[in-house]
Design a binder for this molecule. Structure first.
Ligand code: G3P
Ligand code: MG
Length: 248
């Protein structure tokens, strides 16, 4: 169904920029990925109070910055003041909490492929899907490989599809639901991304036979990586860039 060129991703993709080796969802993380020879990374993107697309995993800034409180209540000017690196060690102190535009500039300059996980703040599913897709289309206009949009939130993916149908999409799930075929077809996805712990060899075979690309997260054990690749999984999202060498 979907041509191979819709999946330019290598076998390994750096989770949240540089895995656990650098502060997640920062440009320092992406730099770590480059240092390990990674050509692709995943990051989590949500909207600030003033609708700027920026990188953060949690609903609050508490765990991964020196700030406190709900991300959705903060403007980008406020978020930009935070130290998003110091929690990971003194070497990263002062690292900024990046916008999607910051990361696009880095990735385009370094020819790094990006999987943008749309990770909406509570209650902002549709607008996050729409605005992230529009911003991604603007930032990557004319680029040789567009970013891949993925989300656990079907409403966010649906809004991304309506806003920018040409950007490739992946349905992200912990456990693969029984109606995965209908979901992938409705959202016109190129890929399914699932938790590697829930994948079976049979499901992997069915998903590949149906013509979709298959990515597993978060694969940190080389033995798991070998088994999943042998099952036909196309790409592995990992925290351990030091254990899973970049290749292919
Ligand atoms: O996109 C794969 C993976 O990042 C999903 O889980 O919680 O790390 O965003 P999480
Ligand atoms: Mg993620």
């Amino acid at each position: 169904q979907h041509p191979k060129q819709a999946w330019p991703y290598p076998e390994v993709v750096a989770h949240r920029g540089g895995g656990t080796l650098a502060p997640e969802n920062t440009v320092a993380g992406f730099r770590e990925g480059m240092r390990y020879g990674y050509r692709a990374a995943e990051c989590d993107v949500k909207l600030s109070a003033d609708n700027v697309c920026f990188l953060l995993h949690d609903d609050t800034v508490d765990r991964t910055s020196n700030g406190k409180g709900a991300a959705r209540a903060k403007t980008m000017a406020e978020l930009s003041q935070l130290d998003a690196g110091g929690w990971k060690g003194g070497a990263f102190a002062g690292e900024a909490l990046p916008t999607l535009a910051n990361v696009a500039a880095y990735c385009l300059a370094q020819r790094m492929l990006l999987n943008i996980e749309i990770k909406p703040c509570p209650g902002r599913f549709e607008e996050t899907g729409r605005l992230v897709a529009q911003e991604a289309a603007r930032l990557w206009a004319g680029a040789s490989a567009p970013p891949l949009l993925s989300s656990f939130e079907i409403d966010a993916l649906r809004a991304a599809q309506a806003a920018e149908p040409a950007l490739p999409r992946a349905f992200l799930c912990e456990e693969i639901p029984a109606n995965w075929r209908a979901i992938l077809a409705e959202l016109d996805c190129v890929a399914l991304h699932c938790d590697h712990k829930t994948l079976t060899e049979e499901l992997a075979r069915d998903i590949k036979a149906a013509g979709y690309q298959l990515l597993c997260y978060t694969v940190n054990d080389p033995a798991d990586a070998r088994r999943l690749l042998a099952w036909g999984v196309d790409s592995l999202c990992t925290d351990r860039l030091d254990l899973l060498p970049a290749r292919g």
